[in-house]
Design a protein around this ligand. Structure first.
Ligand code: MN
Length: 251
């Protein structure tokens, strides 16, 4: 069987996952393999030192007590016969713009699929709350992009990070990864036993409003499509670092 593998990082019960699975089901058979709970911001983590359990909630719908990257591995190699024609992740509750990509379990699931050589897309909605109208519009965007990728294919080592605005969609554009400005507030409080604890990410962040970036596009009401690559090498840095003339002491 050739299927579309659907996963996310918000957990198997997320309305965003259901919406993406609905869009995928208009195209091909769907297999859902998703975390059994919210695993947002686990990045590309892989579970290597604990067993993984997968519960089949309904035919073709698996809840895994692991990360999005675990889910892609099980969805591709372990749980069903055949191979996916496409791997999609989302629709995430909240945008994955700029630096967010490095923390995102949603985007990392697509990265994992791309590393395995499968065409992959990550979808995020620029809202923490799934309003019915916005989710319906996002579902249409997802179907369009899935069909486009299946028709045209993607360049090697490439996957797509797609962010969808909450308000009425004005269009779609290709973007580069922008730059977030996170709030650097760390909330420090005291627990009932008198020990300090800390909470990261409590404040409201912003972004650098550079034209051509994912942040700028979504803020302007456009669907942002950022082609990402699986390689992190900064080729432009070679000349500068070569000029250091690095050498090790003779022993
Ligand atoms: Mn999430």
């Amino acid at each position: 069987m050739s299927y579309i593998l659907v996963t996310n990082d918000d957990g198997v019960h997320s309305p965003g996952l259901a919406a993406l699975a609905d869009a995928a089901a208009r195209i091909a058979p769907v297999v859902i393999v998703a975390p059994d709970r919210n695993r947002s911001a686990v990045g590309h983590a892989l579970t290597l030192y604990a067993p993984l359990r997968a519960e089949e909630l309904r035919p073709g719908v698996f809840a895994v007590d692991g990360t999005p990257t675990d889910c892609v591995n099980l969805g591709v190699h372990g749980l069903v016969e055949g191979t996916p024609q496409l791997v999609v992740s989302g629709i995430n509750s909240g945008a994955n713009l700029g630096d967010d990509i490095t923390y995102s379990g949603t985007v990392s699931a697509a990265l994992e699929a791309a590393l395995m050589g499968y065409p992959a897309l990550a979808f995020s909605l620029n809202s923490r709350i799934f309003e019915v109208e916005a989710l319906s519009a996002a579902t249409g965007v997802a179907e369009t992009l899935m069909r486009a990728v299946l028709q045209h294919g993607l360049p090697p080592d490439t996957f797509l990070n797609i962010n969808i605005p909450l308000e009425k969609i004005k269009g779609i554009c290709l973007t580069r990864q922008g730059k977030r400005r996170y709030s650097d507030d760390i909330v420090q409080k005291t627990d009932p036993r008198g020990r300090s604890y800390y909470w990261i990410g409590g404040g409201v962040g912003s972004f650098e409003d550079q034209p051509g970036t994912d942040c700028h596009a979504v803020n302007a009401g456009l669907v942002s499509v950022t082609p990402l690559t699986t390689g992190l090498t900064n080729h432009a840095a070679f000349a500068q670092i070569e000029a250091w003339n690095l050498s090790l002491p003779q022993v």
